[in-house]
Design a protein around this ligand. Structure first.
Ligand code: PXL
Length: 265
Protein backbone atom coordinates (compact mmCIF):
# COMPACT_ATOMS: atom_id res chain seq x y z
CA UNK A 1 0.00 0.00 0.00
CA UNK A 2 1.20 3.51 -0.74
CA UNK A 3 1.86 6.02 2.00
CA UNK A 4 -0.09 9.08 0.89
CA UNK A 5 1.86 11.47 3.11
CA UNK A 6 0.38 14.93 3.39
CA UNK A 7 -2.13 14.40 0.60
CA UNK A 8 -4.49 11.86 2.15
CA UNK A 9 -6.89 9.87 0.02
CA UNK A 10 -10.59 10.45 0.70
CA UNK A 11 -13.47 8.45 -0.70
CA UNK A 12 -17.04 9.49 -1.35
CA UNK A 13 -19.67 6.75 -1.67
CA UNK A 14 -22.58 8.65 -3.17
CA UNK A 15 -24.76 9.42 -6.16
CA UNK A 16 -23.84 11.44 -9.21
CA UNK A 17 -25.50 14.79 -9.87
CA UNK A 18 -24.40 15.38 -13.46
CA UNK A 19 -24.84 19.13 -13.05
CA UNK A 20 -22.06 19.10 -10.46
CA UNK A 21 -23.73 20.81 -7.51
CA UNK A 22 -24.07 17.76 -5.25
CA UNK A 23 -22.95 14.15 -5.04
CA UNK A 24 -19.70 12.59 -6.21
CA UNK A 25 -18.63 15.33 -8.64
CA UNK A 26 -18.99 18.03 -5.99
CA UNK A 27 -17.37 15.88 -3.28
CA UNK A 28 -14.27 15.35 -5.41
CA UNK A 29 -13.93 19.12 -5.85
CA UNK A 30 -14.26 19.60 -2.09
CA UNK A 31 -11.62 16.93 -1.38
CA UNK A 32 -9.28 18.67 -3.82
CA UNK A 33 -9.83 22.05 -2.17
CA UNK A 34 -8.77 20.47 1.11
CA UNK A 35 -5.51 19.09 -0.24
CA UNK A 36 -6.84 15.53 -0.43
CA UNK A 37 -6.85 13.09 -3.34
CA UNK A 38 -10.49 12.34 -4.12
CA UNK A 39 -11.84 8.91 -5.03
CA UNK A 40 -15.48 7.94 -5.48
CA UNK A 41 -17.74 4.90 -5.59
CA UNK A 42 -20.98 5.66 -7.41
CA UNK A 43 -24.23 4.38 -5.90
CA UNK A 44 -26.71 5.93 -8.32
CA UNK A 45 -26.82 8.04 -11.44
CA UNK A 46 -29.34 10.83 -10.99
CA UNK A 47 -30.83 12.79 -13.82
CA UNK A 48 -30.92 16.37 -12.66
CA UNK A 49 -29.88 19.92 -13.23
CA UNK A 50 -30.24 23.13 -11.25
CA UNK A 51 -34.03 23.11 -11.76
CA UNK A 52 -34.73 19.70 -10.20
CA UNK A 53 -34.25 15.92 -10.10
CA UNK A 54 -36.00 13.98 -12.89
CA UNK A 55 -35.02 10.42 -12.02
CA UNK A 56 -32.29 8.08 -10.86
CA UNK A 57 -30.76 4.72 -11.83
CA UNK A 58 -29.30 2.89 -8.85
CA UNK A 59 -26.19 0.76 -8.91
CA UNK A 60 -26.36 -2.80 -7.55
CA UNK A 61 -24.72 -3.80 -4.28
CA UNK A 62 -22.20 -5.80 -6.35
CA UNK A 63 -21.05 -2.87 -8.47
CA UNK A 64 -20.74 -0.65 -5.40
CA UNK A 65 -18.71 -3.37 -3.66
CA UNK A 66 -16.38 -3.82 -6.64
CA UNK A 67 -15.68 -0.08 -6.83
CA UNK A 68 -14.84 0.21 -3.12
CA UNK A 69 -12.77 -2.98 -3.15
CA UNK A 70 -10.68 -1.88 -6.13
CA UNK A 71 -9.71 1.40 -4.47
CA UNK A 72 -9.37 0.08 -0.90
CA UNK A 73 -7.05 -2.76 -1.95
CA UNK A 74 -4.78 -0.25 -3.66
CA UNK A 75 -4.76 2.95 -1.60
CA UNK A 76 -4.65 3.91 2.05
CA UNK A 77 -7.98 5.69 2.49
CA UNK A 78 -7.85 8.33 5.21
CA UNK A 79 -11.57 9.11 5.44
CA UNK A 80 -14.87 8.19 3.80
CA UNK A 81 -18.13 10.05 3.42
CA UNK A 82 -21.41 8.54 2.34
CA UNK A 83 -24.13 10.46 0.57
CA UNK A 84 -27.03 9.02 -1.42
CA UNK A 85 -27.29 5.28 -0.62
CA UNK A 86 -30.48 4.32 -2.44
CA UNK A 87 -31.24 0.76 -1.28
CA UNK A 88 -30.95 -1.52 1.74
CA UNK A 89 -28.58 -3.81 -0.21
CA UNK A 90 -26.21 -0.97 -1.04
CA UNK A 91 -26.21 0.21 2.59
CA UNK A 92 -25.46 -3.28 3.92
CA UNK A 93 -22.63 -3.60 1.41
CA UNK A 94 -21.14 -0.27 2.49
CA UNK A 95 -21.29 -1.34 6.16
CA UNK A 96 -19.60 -4.65 5.27
CA UNK A 97 -16.90 -2.80 3.30
CA UNK A 98 -16.14 -0.53 6.26
CA UNK A 99 -15.43 -3.67 8.31
CA UNK A 100 -13.71 -5.71 5.58
CA UNK A 101 -11.36 -2.93 4.46
CA UNK A 102 -11.07 -1.30 7.92
CA UNK A 103 -12.18 2.07 6.54
CA UNK A 104 -11.47 4.92 8.96
CA UNK A 105 -13.18 8.21 9.72
CA UNK A 106 -16.61 7.46 8.30
CA UNK A 107 -18.89 10.50 7.92
CA UNK A 108 -22.51 9.58 7.14
CA UNK A 109 -24.68 12.21 5.48
CA UNK A 110 -28.14 10.61 5.67
CA UNK A 111 -29.36 11.92 2.33
CA UNK A 112 -33.09 11.32 2.09
CA UNK A 113 -34.62 13.68 -0.41
CA UNK A 114 -33.54 16.44 -2.75
CA UNK A 115 -34.44 20.04 -1.99
CA UNK A 116 -36.79 19.84 -4.96
CA UNK A 117 -38.71 16.98 -3.27
CA UNK A 118 -37.38 13.89 -5.07
CA UNK A 119 -37.01 10.84 -2.76
CA UNK A 120 -33.44 9.58 -2.96
CA UNK A 121 -33.94 6.64 -0.56
CA UNK A 122 -36.89 4.40 0.42
CA UNK A 123 -38.11 3.64 3.98
CA UNK A 124 -36.46 0.20 4.17
CA UNK A 125 -33.17 1.75 3.16
CA UNK A 126 -33.51 4.50 5.76
CA UNK A 127 -34.04 1.90 8.53
CA UNK A 128 -30.94 0.01 7.34
CA UNK A 129 -28.92 3.22 7.25
CA UNK A 130 -29.76 3.91 10.90
CA UNK A 131 -29.16 0.31 11.98
CA UNK A 132 -25.97 -0.45 10.03
CA UNK A 133 -24.20 2.87 9.51
CA UNK A 134 -25.06 5.05 12.52
CA UNK A 135 -23.03 2.91 14.97
CA UNK A 136 -19.90 2.85 12.80
CA UNK A 137 -19.87 6.54 11.81
CA UNK A 138 -17.64 9.12 13.50
CA UNK A 139 -20.50 11.56 12.91
CA UNK A 140 -23.85 11.63 11.11
CA UNK A 141 -24.92 14.92 9.56
CA UNK A 142 -28.70 15.20 9.00
CA UNK A 143 -30.35 18.48 8.11
CA UNK A 144 -33.63 19.30 9.86
CA UNK A 145 -35.81 17.52 7.28
CA UNK A 146 -33.65 14.40 7.42
CA UNK A 147 -33.62 14.46 11.23
CA UNK A 148 -37.43 14.73 11.21
CA UNK A 149 -37.75 11.71 8.92
CA UNK A 150 -35.28 9.66 10.99
CA UNK A 151 -36.89 10.32 14.38
CA UNK A 152 -40.45 10.53 13.01
CA UNK A 153 -41.43 13.85 14.57
CA UNK A 154 -41.46 17.55 13.65
CA UNK A 155 -38.65 19.86 14.68
CA UNK A 156 -39.97 23.38 15.08
CA UNK A 157 -37.96 24.62 18.06
CA UNK A 158 -34.49 24.36 19.55
CA UNK A 159 -35.90 22.07 22.28
CA UNK A 160 -37.27 19.72 19.61
CA UNK A 161 -33.88 19.84 17.88
CA UNK A 162 -32.28 18.72 21.18
CA UNK A 163 -34.82 15.92 21.53
CA UNK A 164 -34.12 14.71 17.97
CA UNK A 165 -30.35 14.86 18.52
CA UNK A 166 -30.61 12.76 21.68
CA UNK A 167 -32.96 10.29 19.98
CA UNK A 168 -30.42 9.73 17.22
CA UNK A 169 -27.71 9.08 19.83
CA UNK A 170 -30.15 6.55 21.27
CA UNK A 171 -30.38 4.95 17.81
CA UNK A 172 -26.65 4.19 17.99
CA UNK A 173 -24.91 7.28 16.59
CA UNK A 174 -21.75 8.40 18.42
CA UNK A 175 -22.08 12.02 17.30
CA UNK A 176 -24.93 13.79 15.48
CA UNK A 177 -24.58 17.13 13.73
CA UNK A 178 -28.03 18.58 13.04
CA UNK A 179 -27.82 21.33 10.44
CA UNK A 180 -30.12 24.14 9.48
CA UNK A 181 -30.92 25.60 12.89
CA UNK A 182 -31.50 28.96 11.20
CA UNK A 183 -34.88 27.82 9.88
CA UNK A 184 -36.32 27.40 13.41
CA UNK A 185 -35.02 30.72 14.74
CA UNK A 186 -37.33 33.74 14.81
CA UNK A 187 -34.58 36.03 13.48
CA UNK A 188 -31.93 34.00 11.72
CA UNK A 189 -28.89 36.22 12.08
CA UNK A 190 -26.66 33.23 12.55
CA UNK A 191 -26.70 29.77 11.00
CA UNK A 192 -26.38 27.50 14.03
CA UNK A 193 -25.77 23.78 13.67
CA UNK A 194 -25.64 21.61 16.78
CA UNK A 195 -23.35 18.71 17.52
CA UNK A 196 -24.84 16.13 19.89
CA UNK A 197 -22.35 13.97 21.76
CA UNK A 198 -23.00 11.45 24.54
CA UNK A 199 -22.38 14.01 27.28
CA UNK A 200 -22.66 17.44 25.67
CA UNK A 201 -24.15 19.65 22.97
CA UNK A 202 -21.88 22.03 21.07
CA UNK A 203 -22.97 24.83 18.78
CA UNK A 204 -21.29 25.47 15.45
CA UNK A 205 -22.07 28.98 14.28
CA UNK A 206 -21.63 30.85 11.05
CA UNK A 207 -23.05 34.00 9.56
CA UNK A 208 -26.50 33.39 8.08
CA UNK A 209 -26.54 34.26 4.39
CA UNK A 210 -30.04 35.22 3.34
CA UNK A 211 -31.35 34.34 -0.11
CA UNK A 212 -32.70 31.46 -2.16
CA UNK A 213 -31.52 28.01 -0.98
CA UNK A 214 -28.18 26.92 -2.40
CA UNK A 215 -27.91 23.32 -3.70
CA UNK A 216 -25.22 20.92 -2.47
CA UNK A 217 -24.36 22.46 0.90
CA UNK A 218 -24.85 19.17 2.77
CA UNK A 219 -22.59 17.25 0.39
CA UNK A 220 -19.90 19.92 0.63
CA UNK A 221 -20.08 19.94 4.43
CA UNK A 222 -19.78 16.18 4.91
CA UNK A 223 -16.99 15.92 2.31
CA UNK A 224 -15.11 18.77 4.00
CA UNK A 225 -15.51 17.13 7.44
CA UNK A 226 -14.12 13.87 6.02
CA UNK A 227 -11.17 15.70 4.42
CA UNK A 228 -10.39 17.50 7.68
CA UNK A 229 -10.54 14.21 9.61
CA UNK A 230 -8.17 12.66 7.05
CA UNK A 231 -5.73 15.47 7.84
CA UNK A 232 -5.87 14.45 11.51
CA UNK A 233 -8.10 17.21 12.90
CA UNK A 234 -10.29 16.31 15.85
CA UNK A 235 -14.03 16.05 15.21
CA UNK A 236 -15.04 19.51 16.45
CA UNK A 237 -12.23 21.30 14.60
CA UNK A 238 -13.07 19.28 11.47
CA UNK A 239 -16.70 20.40 11.71
CA UNK A 240 -15.94 24.07 12.49
CA UNK A 241 -13.51 24.37 9.59
CA UNK A 242 -15.93 22.57 7.26
CA UNK A 243 -18.73 24.94 8.24
CA UNK A 244 -16.54 27.97 7.48
CA UNK A 245 -15.65 26.41 4.12
CA UNK A 246 -19.32 25.89 3.22
CA UNK A 247 -20.24 29.43 4.30
CA UNK A 248 -17.64 30.75 1.85
CA UNK A 249 -18.92 28.44 -0.86
CA UNK A 250 -22.50 29.67 -0.29
CA UNK A 251 -21.34 33.29 -0.41
CA UNK A 252 -19.59 32.58 -3.73
CA UNK A 253 -22.48 30.66 -5.27
CA UNK A 254 -23.21 31.75 -8.83
CA UNK A 255 -26.14 31.25 -11.17
CA UNK A 256 -24.81 28.67 -13.63
CA UNK A 257 -28.19 27.33 -14.72
CA UNK A 258 -31.84 28.32 -14.65
CA UNK A 259 -32.76 27.01 -11.19
CA UNK A 260 -31.05 26.99 -7.80
CA UNK A 261 -27.48 28.15 -7.51
CA UNK A 262 -25.11 25.29 -6.64
CA UNK A 263 -22.66 25.76 -3.83
CA UNK A 264 -19.38 27.01 -5.31
CA UNK A 265 -16.70 24.76 -3.82
O1 PXL B 1 -28.11 17.14 -1.59
C1 PXL B 1 -28.54 15.84 -1.51
C2 PXL B 1 -28.10 15.05 -2.70
C3 PXL B 1 -27.06 14.18 -2.56
N1 PXL B 1 -26.60 13.43 -3.59
C4 PXL B 1 -27.17 13.50 -4.78
C5 PXL B 1 -28.21 14.35 -5.00
C6 PXL B 1 -28.71 15.17 -3.92
C7 PXL B 1 -29.80 16.08 -4.14
O2 PXL B 1 -30.30 16.29 -5.20
O3 PXL B 1 -28.76 14.41 -6.20
C8 PXL B 1 -26.65 12.66 -5.89
Amino acid sequence: MNDNGTRPVCMTIAGVDPSGGAGVLADIKTFSRHGCFGTGAITSLTFQNTTGVFGAASQSAETVYEQIKAVAEDMKIGAVKTGMLPTRDVIETVANCVAEFRLQNLVVDPVVRSTSGFDLIDDAALAALVEKLFPIAVVVTPNLAEAERIVGSKIASVDEMHTAGRKMLGLGAKAVLIKGGHSIEAVPEKAVDRLYLADEVREVEAEFIAGEPVHGTGCALSAAIAANLAHGKDLFAAIEDAKAFVTGAIRNAVMVGQGNRPVNV
